[in-house]
Design a binder for this molecule. Structure first.
Ligand code: NDP
Ligand code: HSE
Length: 425
């Protein structure tokens, strides 16, 4: 099996290293010798994390996708412009393609998979979601007897790395982000990680596979972690919760919810203990019940593990193309974010004057929303007090109306923070 790689950075370098160090066991398992013959990079002189002495390097990525000796192309560059053209060319040339590029699949997967099916080649992307965790194979193969009811996961390693260090070491957001970048976890544009876009790409892929629908990335309601403060983390912790950035896909009525946002998770849930760059996806399905998939969500060799598993699938002809592996697709409308029902956490900063608490709870009462728990802290030197409140289930539209009423009140001193709660039972 002759392989051409596009990109020899964190993931491409990891793939070469794992193929070299585990060549014997991979060959025994697949029955085939895998040889990396050609790799496209920007700069052939750049120092690499892998040995490239037996690989021809080129700065023309089209040489890789057009090369007659290449059977499988691994697209490990990233981005959606050039890579779309490269993947299309490879497919049109009758080559199988494996990619770790969730942005490409989320944005153009529907058309690329159709093209791959037409050309009878495989387009596989296990590494695009949750790094090394074989979550796509678990949904497609291990859970194929089940109806999936919901999934909820920590699917961005960089975001989880930042939230963990903010909570455990009280470190500054930007400082931890720089470390995640240095470790090769972050996207080329790290706003994709911190603003939830990367997680939304991944959630749209997971949901399409779990529910047998088309990819619907543009319908994912998306919020990142950039406005989470240490105040939120401390108050959540006092109420028995940990803040995690979750991607959630669940059946609701006749449709599905697709949402990505910071979430308070009860400390007793296993997912609350998933720290650092680790990812975890909790799946609820009718036959198996709840199952949890855990592992490294980013990094060179962890991601390489998923890329090479796809190579094994191609060699052994084990799966049809993802998503279109469903013989017929469902049409499931995505619920509008305003109509999503959830428990919520609200954090307020109010003037510490008589009667304020009654006014705050009055606003909840006016909206017919029941308060589940409430903490008020002693006032600070400016005579302002933090209040943290958790609610029973309520629509996003209603909680946004509560926020507006509080922010319009004279006693209010700062923007009201609102974070979803997921009990995950
Ligand atoms: P890197 O930035 O580490 O590597 C990108 C590679 O692409 C580099 O080798 C670079 O060449 C090469 N490249 C960039 N532009 C071109 C071009 N125009 N022509 C030829 N080669 C080019 O990225 P990662 O390895 O981190 O990510 C790759 C993909 O994997 C992305 O889609 C990412 O989202 C995904 N991914 C990343 C994970 C991770 O942990 N990092 C985990 C899961 C998925 P050069 O080295 O010469 O500059
Ligand atoms: N930037 C991504 C993350 C890489 O941190 O999860 C893995 O997809």
């Amino acid at each position: 099996m002759k392989v051409g790689i596009l990109g020899l950075g964190t993931v491409g370098g990891g793939v070469v290293n794992v193929l070299q160090k585990n060549s014997e066991s991979i060959e025994r398992r697949t029955g085939v010798k895998i040889e990396v013959v050609l790799a496209g990079v920007r700069d052939v002189k750049q120092k690499r994390i892998c040995d490239t002495s037996n690989i021809k390097l080129t700065i023309d990525p089209f040489e890789v996708v057009n090369h007659p000796d290449v059977d499988v192309v691994l697209e490990l560059i990233g981005g959606i412009g050039l890579t779309k053209e490269l993947v299309e060319t490879a497919i049109n040339n009758g080559k199988h393609v494996i990619t770790a590029n969730k942005a490409l699949i989320a944005n153009h997967g529907n058309e690329l998979i159709k093209l791959a099916n037409k050309k009878q080649v495989r387009l596989l992307f296990e590494a695009s979601v949750a790094g090394g965790i074989p979550i796509i194979k678990s949904l497609e193969q291990g859970l194929s007897a089940n109806n999936i009811e919901s999934l909820a996961g920590i699917i961005n390693g960089t975001g989880n790395f930042i939230l963990t260090d903010m909570k455990e070491k009280g470190r500054d957001f930007d400082d931890v982000l720089k470390e995640a970048q240095a470790l090769g976890y972050a996207e080329e544009d790290p706003t994709f990680d911190v603003e939830g876009i990367d997680a939304a790409h991944k959630l749209s892929i997971l949901a399409a596979i779990a529910f047998g629908t088309e990819l619907q990335f543009d319908k994912v309601s998306t919020k990142g972690i950039s406005d989470i403060t240490t105040e939120d983390i401390i108050h959540a912790s006092e109420l028995g919760y940990t803040i995690k950035h979750l991607g959630i896909a669940k059946r609701a009525g006749e449709g599905i919810e697709l949402r990505v946002h910071p979430t308070l998770v009860p400390n007793k849930q296993l997912i609350a203990q998933v720290d650092g760059v680790m990812n975890a996806v909790m799946v609820k399905s009718d036959a198996l019940g709840t199952s949890l998939y855990y592992g490294a969500g980013a990094g060179d060799e962890a991601t390489a593990s998923a890329v090479i598993a796809d190579l094994n699938d191609i060699i052994n002809n084990q799966t049809s193309n993802h998503i279109l592996g469903w013989k017929s697709q469902q049409k499931l409308p995505v619920i509008k974010s305003d109509d999503i029902q959830s428990e919520f956490f609200l954090r307020l900063l109010v003037s510490d004057i008589k009667g304020v608490l009654a006014k705050v709870t009055g606003i909840f009462n006016d909206h017919n929303v029941s308060i589940d728990a409430l903490i008020q802290k002693q006032a600070d030197e400016n005579n302002n007090a933090h209040i943290a409140i958790t609610t029973d289930k309520v629509s996003t539209k209603t909680v946004m109306s509560i926020k507006k009423s509080i922010e319009a009140s004279a006693f209010n001193q700062a923007e009201v923070q609102i974070i979803h709660i997921e009990l995950l039972d």
